[in-house]
Structures are given as C-alpha cells and as structure tokens.
Design a protein around this ligand. Structure first.
Ligand code: FE2
Length: 556
C-alpha cells in the first residue's frame, strides 16, 4: 500500500513523505526545492513529486493521502468549541481568521497538487490530528514496543503539549495542554523578545543560554506533580512583564539578555523533566519517544535522558512540523493494517544525485575539478590541513540538522575554526556553536554519559582530556551537540572520519549545515556550487569529485 504524507499548509515548515508497505521510503522538506527558508504555509508539491519519482511510483498508484492536521471542517469545529468554552469569547477574533486561512490553504494545496499530478485528484484524503501525527512520527519510527510518548510544540489544532504512551502500535493519550499553555509559544516569545526571529531562531536562544545564569525565576510557570501550568494570559501578556530588557534586532546583546535566555531554558528543561516524570509515574515505562518543535531543543532532551527513570530515548529527527508528513503517513499505514516494525535509524530520505549527474553539472558550469582515487582520504587530508569543506554526498537529510549528507566540515582540533566558519562561511554571530560528528564507537571516550545520538538532538559534556582537541566544536559550557556516526547508516561519512582520525588522532569532525545564513540547506549540486562560490569555503567534496579554490591550506 502506498501512502503519500503531507504537512498541512497551515504549518510553518512543510514537507512530504512516502510510506510503502508500512515503511518510509522518501521524505523531504519543501524549502529545499523552492529555496525559501522553511517554506512556511507553502504547499509541499515539489517535495511530493520528488517522493513519488524517487520511489518510481506513478501518482495513479497512490492509495491515499495522509495530512498531519485535522480536516478544515473538524478544525473549524474544534476551534469553535474552544472559543465557546472560553467564556470571555475574545479568542473568536483569533479563531475566525485562523480557520479561514486554513481552509484557503488546504484548497490551495489540493489545487496545486492536482495541477502537478492530476491522478491524485481521485484519491482519498485522511486527516490525522496534528499531535497524533507528531506522536506517530516518533513512536512508530522508534522500534520501541512499549514507550512513553511526549509531543510538545507551538500548537496544533487546539493543543500544545501531549503526553501518552504507546503499546504494540496503539497510542493512549494521557493528557493534553491547551495552546495557551504552550512551551513552544513561551520559547518563541523569548526568541522574539531577545531580538531574534520567532519560528526560525529558537536555536540562537538556546545557544545564548549557555552564556547566562538563570537568575529570573519565572515563577508563573509552575512545575508540579509531573506536569506544568501557567496562567492563561502568561505567554501573551504576563511573560513580557517578567523581563523589561526587550532587545531589538541589531542591538547589543547584554548580560541581561543572556541571563533571560538561560532562565527560560532552565524552566523549559524543568518542565520537560516534569512531563517525562509524569509519564513514567503513570506508566512505569522507562523509554520515551519525543516529537514536536520543542524537542529540537537538545539541551532539554539531554536533561530528560539524564533522569534515572529514563533508560532509552528516541527523538524524531524532523521533530518540527515537517515530521508530521512522516507521522501522518505511518499512522494511516498502521490504521490500514500495514505491517509495523519500521525503525527510522537515519535521516537520509531526500534526493541524491549520481556521479554522472554531478559531473554533468561540474562540466556545464565549467568548474575545474579532480577525481581523487579515494574521496574519503582526499577529504580527510584537506580537513587535517585546515581547509573548510563543503561535503555533498548521497541522499539529503530530512530535518534541520546536517548529518553528513549536506554538511560543512572543518577540523575540530583547530580552535580558530569556530570563528573562521562563523565569519567566513556562515556569516553569523561569533558566539554560535558548532557540533562534532564522531565515530559511534569513540563517543564514550570523548564525552561523559554517552548515548547514541544519530540525529544531533542531544548534548553531552566533553571529557576534560578531549576539550582541546574538540575546541572548535564545543560550546562555552563544554557541551557538544554531537552526532554519533555509524558505518551502517552512512558508510562514506564514517569512512572519511576514520581516515581523519588516522591522520590527526581525533575521531570526529566539526559539522554544520551546508547553507549560508538565512538560506535552506543545499539540495542539488547546483545549490552546492552556488553556496561554495558565494562563501569562504575552501573546497568541495561532491560525490566522487573535489573542487578547490586557489586558497592554499595553511601548511601548504
Ligand atoms: Fe507541530
């Protein structure tokens, strides 16, 4: 059975996914195709076309289309009921435009999809509630038979945080919190208050938190009995009164801003731990599957994993709304009786390009290139010498992290690389940290309390003896948002890191996403060349080929 999963176009980031016989076969975010960061509220039509083409499936053979949000009618009903329940009724002013916009967006999605693939017009559409889709993207991909489930994001139809548990493919919801209790909303408002862009720059808030002290108590966010609560108007009004130092874009970042970021981060972590504790208390389960945009917060995830009642954790790599395309498709597949057991143990579900396609682009653009005998060795050599490389290999990743498919790499043992890559390549603030991708077998040597981290969604403290050799990829608080790389899931990336280790003694490379500031991660060879030539990248390892600029390596 073939199920095409889509995010609803009410989402801030849109994507498509394809599930065949209960297993994911392709997934990609729309932003990579139209080159608009996150593709907010843009129908994921090109992403859907890619999914079908890459799997060799004719649109006529699709069995049904699964969407990670309630149907427009049900959404109108849910929002209407919510408004009616609110005696003040003032939410109606927010509800009516929101419902109208969703209806228009869904209409637009259908029209654009049917224009591109008319055969889809006759297919059945199944709408999966937003938080059920998020939940399914985690527990149906985790390989866990029995697990606690935590979903937390900005908001879905009406809810913002959902706890539950899954047993043998059946989800039971324990608790849902309304949109006005949104941890995602709280964090996005913090991001905005700190002068960054909400829905985009939440990672900056988390990065900044490490430079501050959590001295603002934020007591209105009450944490108790395995959950949290906050006053109904807190996110909208009260929260702003707790912090009188609003920063505007371009203003200097003061210690107050850093302390406030640290305070909100600290409270978020406490809320996340409380929710996990609440699930454990009610189920006894020591496993957790996580999804929703808030769980892109790797510091919170790490704190949850550190609790003595949590043995195992699975975090959906596309934890934001893009992942609801995957979750909706997996959920509908399960409802239709398709086999379970799928484990999403890697994120490489996007487009890939053959050696011939890559070479054709290099020839067409008249770029001089070499074809070394061993691309892994050639890359490791250049990295060890201090060059900053673009790394374009295999299938593109789904999710906001580059994981060795479309990455920018550097030598983590050269401390100056952090400033150089921030200034010359990524054109971003000097305080932003980078991450290391390390051989999975070496993780225990490098960090404390190591745990598999294939999606770069957990942080760990670097062991003292490795701090210098991982200096460029370590945050100010000695933590790393590391990726553990296995040969099974990305043999070329793994092999290259092995060769880099043989040259330098460091079993890790510094890894950041292959994009310039404000742009989506590159998808195609042409995107890679455009970013290569418009930034300070020194070399590009693309498929079997190496492209170099005239910059010599520091020791050449
Ligand atoms: Fe969401």
């Amino acid at each position: 059975m073939i199920i095409l999963g889509l995010t609803a176009t009410i989402s801030w980031n849109t994507a498509a996914a394809l599930v065949q016989d209960g297993r994911l076969v392709a997934a990609a975010e729309q932003e990579r195709f139209n080159r608009i960061k996150q593709a907010p509220r843009i129908p994921p039509v090109e992403a859907a076309e890619f999914c079908l083409q890459s799997a060799g499936i004719d649109p006529a053979d699709v069995d049904c289309i699964a969407v990670g949000f309630a149907s427009p009618m049900r959404y109108a009903l849910l929002r209407g009921l919510g408004t009616a329940r609110s005696l003040a009724g003032h939410d109606f002013l927010l509800t009516a435009p929101s419902v109208a916009e969703y209806m228009i967006q869904q209409y637009k999605l259908r029209q654009r999809l049917f224009d591109a693939m008319p055969e889809l017009a006759s297919k059945k559409w199944v709408y999966v509630p937003h938080h059920i889709a998020h939940a399914a993207s985690a527990y149906r991909a985790s390989g866990f038979q029995e697990t606690g489930v935590l979903v937390t994001d900005g908001n879905g139809e009406r809810d913002s945080t959902q706890t539950g548990f899954a047993k043998n493919g059946e989800l039971t919801v324990l608790d849902s919190k309304a949109a006005d209790q949104s941890l995602g909303g709280l964090y996005s408002n913090t991001t905005s208050l700190l002068g960054f862009s909400r829905h985009i720059d939440e990672g900056k808030t988390m990065g900044l938190a490490a430079y501050g002290t959590p001295k603002y108590p934020l007591e209105a966010l009450r944490i108790h009995d395995g959950t949290y609560t906050m006053p109904r108007s807190y996110i909208r009004d009260g929260f702003w009164k707790d912090f009188p130092f609003q920063r505007h874009k371009g203003d200097e970042i003061t210690q107050e801003h850093k302390d406030f970021a640290a305070s909100v981060q600290h409270r978020l972590e406490e809320a996340g731990i409380a929710l996990a504790q609440g699930i454990h208390n009610r189920t006894g389960y020591r496993r957790l599957a996580l999804a929703g945009g808030v769980v892109l917060n790797c510091d919170m995830n790490a704190k949850i994993l550190q609790q003595d009642f949590v043995d195992d954790i699975y975090i959906q790599p596309a934890a934001h709304d893009a992942g609801t395309a995957i979750g909706a498709a997996l959920e509908v597949a399960a409802q239709l009786g398709e086999p379970g057991g799928f484990v999403m143990d890697h994120a490489y579900w996007g487009p890939e390009y053959s050696a011939a396609e890559i070479q054709a682009t290099l020839d067409e653009t008249k770029v001089p290139y070499e074809k070394p005998r061993d691309i892994e060795q050639a890359t490791a050599d250049l990295l060890s010498k201090g060059l900053i490389l673009g790394w374009f290999q295999g299938r593109m990743e789904i999710g906001p992290r580059a994981l060795g498919g479309r990455s920018i790499l550097a030598n983590p043992g050269m401390a100056e690389m952090k400033d150089r890559v921030n200034a010359e390549v990524k054109h971003r603030e000097g305080w932003r940290p980078f991450a290391p991708s390390m051989l999975a077998e070496s993780a225990d040597d490098l960090v404390e309390n190591s745990y598999p981290s294939p999606f770069m969604l957990l942080t760990f403290t670097v062991r003292k003896e490795w701090r210098e050799r991982l200096a460029a990829a370590t945050h100010i608080d000695h933590t790393v948002r590391s990726q553990t790389v296995t040969r099974d899931t990305n043999s070329r990336f793994y092999g290259m890191i092995e060769k880099f280790r043989d040259l330098t003694g460091i079993p890790a490379v510094m890894n950041t996403s292959f994009n310039d500031r404000g742009e989506p991660i590159v998808m195609s060879p042409r995107d890679a060349l455009r970013t290569f030539f418009s930034t300070g990248l020194d070399a590009l390892a693309i498929g079997d080929f190496v492209v170099r600029k005239k910059t010599p390596a520091p020791d050449e």
